[in-house]
Design a protein around this ligand. Sequence first.
Ligand code: SF4
Ligand code: SF4
Length: 191
Amino acid sequence: MLKNLKYLRVINPDPTSLILEKIRLAEEIFTDWKEYFYKDEKFLNKLKNYEKAIKKSNELMEKLGTFEECYICSVIEKTGCCKIGLENEVTINILLINMFFNIEIPKEREVPGRCFFVGPTGCKIFARPYLCREYFCNRLLRLFSPEEYALLTQTISYELTLLYEISGYIRKELEFLLGDFLLELDITGYS
Ligand code: SF4
Ligand code: SF4
């Protein structure tokens, strides 16, 4: 596995083969180490807190109408910002975290020209990358008052802080177990 992880240090111009390789590596790590992590109370606690934070952000976004607006933009108008290539914002660690949440990871790109994780009603993964969570286009910004926007950015920042923490925890544990630096778990691999 360690040798295969080094693959990501080479810039890969094909976004699909890059994400497929990251999924393959995440599956390999998950198969080998899931029992270890599922027995770790500290990890389970981090996972639970992160899940709660995602749900809280989602509830707020739902209330502020962003999901509906993004649905109209992406699915009905077929525009939207989840373009091909953006899937590689999803790191191996984010894939792994989705696996710990029992989220089914797609095997292929369902909608041509769109992000690998786009499905008929939007993004198929639960734990999403920093860029995807932080981005609010002008169309969305028009929906919020300054106070709502402040609350939203605060809520998302908390969620992303927990993502950073749990990713760091997984990486530190795996580095300890495997005896190597595993920068590849947290890099996008295309820049
Ligand atoms: S963030 Fe903006 S551009 Fe992207 S899907 Fe939503 S409304 Fe469309
Ligand atoms: S929100 Fe999901 S579908 Fe959209 S770019 Fe990010 S990972 Fe891809």
